[in-house]
Ligand binder design. Structure first.
Ligand SMILES: C[S@@+](CC[C@H](N)C(=O)[O-])C[C@H]1O[C@@H](n2cnc3c(N)ncnc32)[C@H](O)[C@@H]1O
Length: 259
């Protein structure tokens, strides 16, 4: 099988990534399953005591089958498999960026260390409009974390102004930016912020867990190439729709600039 650039493949990434040549990818940016789904669990907001929190729609705490694993051991083996594959595909000096559950970051660090990835930082996405904590038993969860490391340890390719290099970014949650029905769609602006300094134009970004295609859209908008995998047909179709729209918008933009 020949893997082409600027394509998403509707297949299991553990199979598909074998066809990517080793040391050919400039950046690994991905958002794998977190194993945090609570089977069939929803929070009903119709009868909330506080009026401001009442909504017609439930909050769904089950993202889908793809986020269910039999045991922690199975999840650890799965994580080790995809991390090892992506490590082999990355060029020396390539960055490794992974959205990950805060409670499992130690697992990611452990595997990264075994593989020889240099740990760099944890980028924080701080949500400006997080979902309120209804039961008042904890702080409101308003952050998501992107673990970052590098294969080898070289200077960053495309360092930006200091203010664009802070390792956090304030951005709203999906209720504000969401374009698709994917339950864990990530904001394009956050992805662009981290792709930009670690790559240059035409570099290749790999996302083995493409979901609704956000990494592909961010790459297109920054004129980077991408390779993606998505196992679920419905999400793959969502991603393909977004990609063709983004490509035609970019073409239009270049036509206007060239005139
Ligand atoms: C957390 S979501 C990614 C969401 C994505 N960042 C977005 O913005 O839409 C993880 C995705 O990985 C897919 N997935 C899970 N296991 C997979 C596998 N082995 N190969 C390819 N895709 C897989 C799921 O179907 C899901 O859409």
């Amino acid at each position: 099988m020949n893997i082409e650039f600027n394509r998403i493949y509707n297949m299991n990434c553990l199979e598909g990534m074998k066809y990517i040549p080793d040391n050919s990818i400039d950046l690994l940016l991905t958002d794998p399953p977190y194993m945090i789904s609570q089977k069939n669990k929803r929070i009903n907001r119709k009868n909330m005591r506080t009026e401001a929190y009442r909504r017609e729609m439930d909050i769904n705490l089950d993202f889908g089958e793809w986020d269910h694993f039999e045991s922690e051991q199975e999840y650890e083996e799965f994580t080790k498999k995809w991390m090892t594959l992506t490590y082999n595909k990355l060029k020396n000096g390539g960055w490794f960026m992974v959205f990950f559950d805060k409670n499992k970051i130690c697992l990611l660090e452990k595997i990264a260390k075994e593989l020889g990835i240099t740990s760099k930082t944890i980028f924080v996405w701080a949500k400006t409009n997080p979902t309120p904590h209804f039961r008042r038993m904890n702080f409101v969860s308003a952050t998501e974390f992107i673990w970052m490391g590098v294969k080898g340890n070289t200077h960053m390719k495309n360092y930006q102004r200091q203010t664009e290099m802070y390792n956090y970014m304030l951005y709203p949650n999906k209720s504000t930016y969401g374009e698709t029905g994917h339950p864990t769609e990530k904001p394009i602006e956050i992805l662009k912020r981290i792709i930009k300094p670690t790559t240059v134009e035409n570099d290749v970004v790999l996302d083995p867990f493409m979901g609704s295609g956000s990494t592909a859209i961010a790459s297109i908008q920054l004129n980077r190439r991408f390779i993606g995998f998505e196992i679920n047909k419905e999400y793959y179709n969502m991603a393909m729709q977004r990609v063709s729209k983004a490509i035609s918008q970019t073409k239009l933009l270049y036509e206007v600039i060239e005139k």
